[in-house]
Design a protein around this ligand. Structure first.
Ligand code: KIV
Length: 300
């Protein structure tokens, strides 16, 4: 696939991220960068900026589709966006999030859905939520030649069980369970493990304990990599941000100003200008004028 870069030259020497290069990064303490993307343009911008891993997260539900939580987003909706992101990604590793209901019901259905992300969407890895109880399923998906990312801690698909979006792993028992989850998923062969919404100290212990690279969100700086939801990064959100979110731009304000400016220009007849309009050639204009003159003469 050859892509013309959007802004400046793409770094052709950049290596493609693979499951092996993620492990190399852990080994060399070279932080892994990961961002979500849900569309072609954002995916290209992230890929050309050198992001290592692009995740089509099920946060698609809130960020792009306006759902209240991640539970409603479907396989078909996820696939539609994975395909768009695939067209924008060249060097980054493309991870597709398995939506709620696509892997919790039965194992063969889960493997079939994971395969759809690879075959139809062009994903190179799938991600699913849950700890040690998912280890056997993860083995089956890996057996089908599909790399898997685990996701433990604050797992948004369990919002109703957790009773809200709460930081996990705060008591000794919960910490022990998180460690058991991480070790079980590492043993099952995950290529990386997303740690969401857990104390920094617990994420650091897990990162030191397991061989798979950890990618944290609200899990402190000791993880092997970091992930943020793109819409949080650029302030394209409507609610109060979580503690760990850092805004690198205010896209919402920028976009609102652009839309307001356009509306004002249309209403005041400032847009479009003559320079922004197409024109007839001199000959075509003369021919049109003579037809109009003849019509006027007939009417008179
Ligand atoms: O869906 C998502 O965006 C995610 C990240 C928060 C890890 O799963």
């Amino acid at each position: 696939m050859s892509l013309t870069p959007i802004g400046g030259l793409a770094d052709e020497s950049r290596r493609k991220t693979t499951t092996a290069s993620l492990r190399e990064k852990k080994f060399h303490h070279d932080p892994i960068t990961c961002l979500t993307a849900y569309d072609y343009a954002t995916a290209r911008i992230e890929d050309e900026a050198g992001v290592d891993v692009v995740l089509v997260g099920d946060s698609l539900a809130q960020a792009m589709l306006g759902y209240e939580n991640t539970l409603s987003v479907t396989m078909e909706e996820m696939l539609h966006h994975v395909k768009a992101v695939r067209r924008g990604v060249k060097n980054a590793l493309l991870v597709a999030d398995m939506p709620y209901g696509s892997y919790q019901i039965d194992a063969s259905g889960a493997v079939a859905n994971a395969a759809r992300f690879v075959k139809e969407g062009g994903a190179e890895m799938v991600k699913l939520e849950g700890g040690e109880k998912r280890a056997d399923l993860i083995r089956r998906i890996i057996d089908a030649e599909i790399p898997v990312a685990g996701h433990i801690g604050l797992t948004p698909q369990s919002v109703n069980v957790m009773g809200g979006y709460k930081v996990q792993g705060k008591s000794l028992g919960a910490i022990e369970q998180l460690m058991r989850d991480a070790v079980a998923l590492d043993g099952a062969g995950v290529s990386c493990l997303f740690l969401e919404g857990i104390p920094r100290e617990v994420a650091a212990m897990i990162t030191a304990e397991i061989s798979a690279p950890t990618v944290g969100i609200g899990a402190g700086p000791e993880c092997d990599g970091q992930v943020l939801v793109f819409h949080d990064l650029v302030s394209l959100t409507f609610g109060a941000p979580a503690k760990f979110v850092r805004h690198y731009a205010d896209a919402r304000e920028l976009m609102a100003k652009a839309v307001q400016g356009y509306c004002a220009d249309v209403k005041s007849h400032q847009y479009p200008s003559d320079a922004e309009s197409y024109h007839l050639s001199r000959e075509a204009k003369a021919a049109l004028d003579s037809v109009l003159d003849r019509k006027l003469a007939i009417r008179r």
